[in-house]
Design a protein around this ligand. Structure first.
Ligand SMILES: [Zn+2]
Ligand SMILES: [Zn+2]
Ligand SMILES: [Zn+2]
Length: 254
């Protein structure tokens, strides 16, 4: 199974519009970050995690020619704004695309994308089979078994996903004890690390490192990175053994 970090930037992406900082003006392609998302491939099964404003570019980058499921962590704009770009998959596959989310997120989608869920949709509008899921309720997409589990993004309860020996946690600053089962035996943890200061709804780099160390997880990739993190090359070089800053296009095999 292959997992690609199709985006590793926080909500504004990097470079940030109008910013002249050393990260936003860097020539290093690893300092250019689309909005955070990931793509899972197992044989012929393709699963996208989140569909932010860069979804189109991200699907082009991984060369996706079909999509078996889109699984959503939460309803913030940087994770759902690209939902309309699911249309090419509708045209290719000639069927609705399965989208899995919490009920709260599904309700939010129904109001923000009312035209998609209209009883009389405009011809060519996205066609979505919206499936509500619960934390700790396993779901199966082709050969891929996914365990959704709860994490907290400030006061908001959102989903993370365990797939094989990998867990994907974005937009969190707290992992509740009830989700600990989902992290047992994880060999690769993909986890958000915003920048260096304390934030109300994201782990910062030090906190993310602690989450990895306290569970003795052998490998960690950090994502949802702000331009305030610093240059990729510099920050990455200072991380503990087994930990690295994610970058767009980073692919791991599990
Ligand atoms: Zn900047
Ligand atoms: Zn968020
Ligand atoms: Zn986010």
């Amino acid at each position: 199974m292959k997992i690609t970090l199709t985006g590793t930037g926080t909500s504004q992406g990097i470079p940030v519009i109008g910013c002249g900082c050393e990260v936003c003006t860097s020539d290093d392609w690893k300092d250019k970050r689309l909005r955070t998302a990931a793509f899972i491939q197992d044989g012929n099964t393709n699963i996208a995690i989140d569909a932010g404003p860069d979804f189109r570019q991200q699907m082009l980058a991984v060369g996706a020619d079909h999509l078996d499921a889109l699984i959503l962590t939460h309803e913030h704009n940087d994770h759902i704004a690209g939902l309309d770009d699911i249309r090419p998959f509708n045209f290719l596959q000639r069927k609705p695309i399965k989208v899995f989310s919490l009920a709260r997120v599904a309700n939010d989608l129904r109001s923000r994308f009312a035209y998609i869920f209209s009883p009389t949709p405009y011809p060519g509008a996205p066609s979505i089979d919206l499936i509500e899921i619960l934390p700790q309720q396993r779901l199966q997409v082709g050969p891929v078994e996914i365990l959704p589990f709860s994490v907290f993004h400030g006061a908001m309860e959102i989903l993370s996903f365990r797939v094989g020996a990998m867990a994907y946690i974005t937009d969190a600053n707290r992992i509740p004890p009830a989700s600990e089962n989902a992290l047992v035996g994880v060999e690769t943890l993909i986890i958000n690390a915003l920048h260096h200061r304390v934030h109300h709804s994201h782990f910062n780099l030090q906190q993310a490192i602690e989450q990895v160390e306290m569970r003795k997880i052998p490998r960690a990739l950090f994502t949802h990175i702000s331009h305030q993190m610093g240059r990729h090359q510099q920050v990455n070089a200072e991380l503990p053994e087994g930990m690295e800053l994610g970058y767009d296009g980073l692919t791991i095999t599990i």
